[in-house]
Design a protein around this ligand. Structure first.
Ligand code: PHE
Length: 405
């Protein structure tokens, strides 16, 4: 009920005005596709691990990077935002964009949420794998739960020196300002770290996607890195946003006792890369327990790239829904997307705002959404679609206070 606290992994979280997780969303916690051996998310994870184990070896051939793939997705807002210098007014903090258990706890919106904690423990090189949660639109490539890999590499002064060939100042005695670097770090150190970051990530993409893969760097911005970049790779006739990365903000390192160092970080969405890699056409398939899907990934030899064969493609079917927005309470499109995800069942393929207008006289606003239905394993009848559509209308009226037109 609405007054009971939320229980996750045996821990209780008291509801408050921030709570916006739904039973459906909570049901994904603990599924851990990234740890299910024959699951494509897990296979893709393994190829990332293989790269880092093979590319960075210690004195005795031991792997340098440690892997964290069992950290609970429940984090504090401090871990998800504040420790990463996300500004107080950043849109990702809104209830409309993230899933909150209450004011202080949430489902991580990125794997970066664990970065500070692990650095504080004394780790210099690690990769985190985990499920992350975001309120978003619904279509073939978006789902409120997906998986990320986040990596961190912090340099020892000795390591920088070896790469550089001679002694190097990590810090800029003049603290000179320039958009290419953080004022505290020297230009030389920033360049070495940036080049190391870029060449490492390009090597990873080449190992995974093939050595001839085309790629390009785009300048980006994240609150927790500077300079920041995005890597795009060209695969199957399209540019894919593969990952975000950059030089870790010094303030983050300083706050967890590593203020005398410099390092890089990256984060990538696994589904976004695994979909083109395995030719998986719909992100919902990653949640399928259908043997037609999972059996294709069973007992694959290491690093074998398979092409997913759709069992068959059933026709899609769409219905539009127009309503007046409530006047008494706030409404955002994500509220509606989520409601459709929650009550529309597994057949929702896409929900899209296709029209909106304001009625001049009354100031009322109308939205029209197109809902696309498709079953992954059979053809839907018009009657089945109507039933789901009716249910969405009823719940939208009851829960969101909209008025169907
Ligand atoms: N956390 C960022 C995201 O989810 C990715 C990122 C991680 C970027 C680490 C830079 C450094 O988009």
């Amino acid at each position: 009920s609405l007054t009971e606290s939320i229980v996750i992994e045996g821990k209780h979280y008291t509801r408050d005005e921030f709570t916006n997780v739904t039973p459906k969303i909570l049901s994904y916690v603990g599924i851990n596709n990234h740890n299910r051996l024959d699951h494509p998310i897990c296979l893709f994870k393994q190829s990332i691990i293989d790269f880092f184990y093979g590319h960075f070896k210690g004195r005795t051939g031991n792997p340098i990077f440690s892997i964290y793939d069992k950290i609970s997705p429940v984090v504090t807002t401090n871990e998800n935002f504040d420790l990463l210098l996300v500004p107080k007014d950043h849109p990702s903090r809104n209830k409309t964009d993230s899933y909150y258990l209450n004011k202080s706890h949430m489902l991580r919106a990125h794997a970066t949420a664990h970065q500070s904690e692990l650095i504080k423990m004394g780790l210099d090189n690690f990769i985190i794998f985990g499920d992350v949660y975001r309120r978003d639109e619904i279509d073939r490539t978006h789902y409120p739960v997906f998986h990320q890999a986040d990596g961190v590499h912090i340099f020892t002064p000795n390591e920088l020196e070896i790469i550089n060939g001679c002694n190097i100042n990590i810090f800029d005695p003049e603290k000179s300002n320039s958009i290419e670097k953080q004022s505290i770090y020297s230009k030389e150190a920033t360049n070495i770290v940036t080049n190391h970051l870029k060449s490492t990530l390009v090597s990873m993409m080449k190992q995974v996607f093939g050595k001839d893969i085309e790629y390009r760097w785009i300048s980006e911005s994240f609150p927790f890195t500077h300079p920041s970049f995005e890597l795009e790779v060209y695969y199957n006739n399209q540019w894919i946003e593969a990952l975000g990365c950059g030089v870790i903000r010094h303030e983050i390192l300083k706050n967890v006792g590593a203020g005398n160092r410099i390092g890089w970080a990256f984060g990538l969405g696994i589904e976004r890369l695994a979909m083109p890699f395995y030719s998986i056409p719909d992100i919902r398939l990653f949640w399928s327990n259908d043997s037609g899907f999972l059996s294709q990934f069973e007992n694959l030899p290491k690093n074998r790239r398979i092409k997913y064969k759709p069992v068959s493609i059933y026709p899609q079917c769409y219905n539009d829904l127009s309503f007046w927005l409530p006047q008494e309470k706030p409404f955002c499109s994500n509220d509606f997307y989520e409601l459709v995800g929650e009550y529309g069942g597994p057949c929702i393929e896409q929900v899209k705002l296709i029209d909106q207008f304001e009625q001049k006289k009354t100031g009322r606003i109308s939205h029209c959404y197109r809902i696309t239905y498709r079953h992954l394993e059979k053809t839907l009848t018009q009657e089945e679609v109507n039933k789901m559509h009716q249910l969405i209308k009823t719940y939208a009226t009851q829960n969101l206070g909209v008025q169907i037109r």
